[in-house]
Design a protein around this ligand. Structure first.
Ligand code: 2AM
Length: 180
């Protein structure tokens, strides 16, 4: 048996609702397929198909090696992958705390490798996916329009999620947490 798992920082309700309201108040129409607010998170490491032994190894590794202290996270405005003029992913960026998030992602990467996963070949870029867009569009105007999201959030744990892929898109279930 294996599950589709990933490690992430969960949003608290204040930031989740605050971000939905922030976008709503500005009458932002997200292009493509917006991610539902309930699914919003900051991915640290996507694991994919993971068996029980690998899951336990990842959690053990994090318990032992995650020595980041709890910290405060701040956000920026929106940006896009691979670039705003041809966006396929629209995201909200991270400002304050991005160094701590990078450190957490690095420990998650090592946890994944210790459990037998292939090393990630893409550099880590902290972001919260707001929309997936096919075919690509320009979001230059939107980036101007949105501005900085002002709320802050205290981060004190890594969350292990199971992803369920369904006809109506993915839904995510919290299966474990490792406290900082
Ligand atoms: P994204 O939001 O930047 O697309 C759950 O699928 C989370 O894992 C998503 O937030 C997604 O990041 C991230 N992820 C990273 N690599 C992935 C992959 N190969 N397949 C699916 N999701 C991936």
């Amino acid at each position: 048996m294996s599950d589709r798992l990933f490690l992430a920082v969960a949003l608290n309700d204040e930031v989740r609702h605050g971000l939905a309201a922030f976008l709503g108040e500005r009458a932002i129409r997200l292009p493509g397929r917006p991610t539902p607010p309930n699914n919003w998170h900051l991915t640290l490491r996507f694991l994919g198909s993971t068996d029980a032994l690998q899951r336990d190894r990842v959690l053990e590794f994090l318990d032992e090696h995650l020595i980041v202290q709890p910290f405060t996270l701040g956000f920026t405005g929106v940006g896009a992958f691979p670039k705003p003029s041809r966006a396929t992913v629209l995201w909200l960026g991270v400002g304050r705390g991005s160094g701590d998030l990078m450190t957490m992602a690095n420990v998650c990467e090592h946890a994944a490798i210790s459990a037998g996963f292939e090393a990630e070949d893409r550099p880590f870029h902290p972001h919260l996916t707001l929309s997936r867009i096919r075919p690509p569009v320009s979001v230059d105007g939107l980036i101007e329009q949105v501005g900085t999201f002002p709320l802050k959030m205290d981060v004190d744990r890594v969350t292990l999620y199971r992803s369920h892929l369904g006809r109506d898109g993915a839904s995510y279930e919290v299966i474990d947490e490792v406290l900082l």
